[in-house]
Design a protein around this ligand. Structure first.
Ligand code: HPA
Length: 259
């Protein structure tokens, strides 16, 4: 099953039939919200709102581990993440889509692994992950290709088919938030190789990889990052642009699920 994690502005996929709503509790706490099992293009899809109902979880407090664990438990094998980002690279304009190809982690102290060694967890299950967690194993995953190349290819083909303006690769710099960045921070991120900046793409991607799930991230550029244009940033402009893109995004998701 495909899991969709909707970010700011995408709290539900209205129009898709709801098959059921599932509340799951995990060894890592409660997810941001209950998970909706929706019917999209004749297939069941699990939808999770990253910030929860009423946008109650700011980026630094999103229960990332519980979210990914819950999706895994429901049988999700591929996660499509949808997020808003600020554009750093000159060629990016508000409204463009970016299919993320790599990340830079600039967060501070988020719980970003399931494998905590000595802090072992009591989890049921005879699968490899449960065993590793119970035994308190230390695990180092490879993230040379953190974003699933197959899912990225499908996303690019869908965006091409729908004739939307998109970039087939881009480096996502994840900041801690919840504040936006300073112009100097954005200049530094640019030197480091960041193309877009957001606050939620990490640790979702690595947690998914730790549970052997494929993960892809489609981002909407909602604003030029701080200092890239002269005006000051507001979260209102991020939400408004995402609202304007909602219908388009639903089409992208439907086509993606169909492919
Ligand atoms: N910075 C961080 N996160 C964001 C931005 C930004 O400029 N725009 C949308 N999410």
């Amino acid at each position: 099953m495909i899991g969709i994690i909707g970010g700011s502005g995408l709290y539900h996929l209205e129009g898709a039939g709801t098959v059921k709503e599932v509340s799951i509790s995990t060894p890592f706490g409660e997810p941001s919200s209950s998970i909706l099992i929706l019917e999209v293009e004749g297939k069941e899809v699990a939808f999770l709102s990253r910030h929860g109902k009423g946008h109650i979880y700011p980026p630094h407090l999103v229960p990332y581990r519980a979210n990914i664990w819950a999706l895994k438990e429901l049988g999700v094998s591929r996660i499509l993440s949808v997020s808003a980002v600020g554009g750093i690279k000159e060629s990016l304009s508000p409204g463009d889509y970016v299919v993320i190809s790599d990340f830079i982690d600039l967060t501070k102290g988020r719980e970003s692994t399931f494998y905590e060694g000595i802090r072992s967890r009591k989890v049921d299950g005879d699968d490899l992950v449960s065993r590793l967690l119970r035994e308190g194993k230390v695990v180092h995953i490879d993230v040379s290709e953190a974003y699933c190349p197959q899912m990225r290819g499908v996303l690019c083909a869908v965006l091409e088919r729908l004739k939307l303006s998109f970039h087939s690769q881009g480096v996502y710099a994840c900041t801690e938030g919840p504040r936006f960045e300073t112009p100097s921070e954005i200049r530094a991120i640019k030197i480091l190789g960041g193309d877009v900046v957001g606050m939620t793409g990490y640790p979702e991607v690595v947690l998914s990889r730790e549970l052997s799930m494929c993960y892809a991230s489609i981002c909407v550029v909602t604003n030029p990052a701080a200092g890239v244009s002269k005006h000051r940033l507001t979260s209102q402009e991020v939400i408004e642009l995402m609202k304007r893109k909602e219908e388009e995004l639903k089409k992208v998701i439907a086509e993606f699920v169909k492919s």
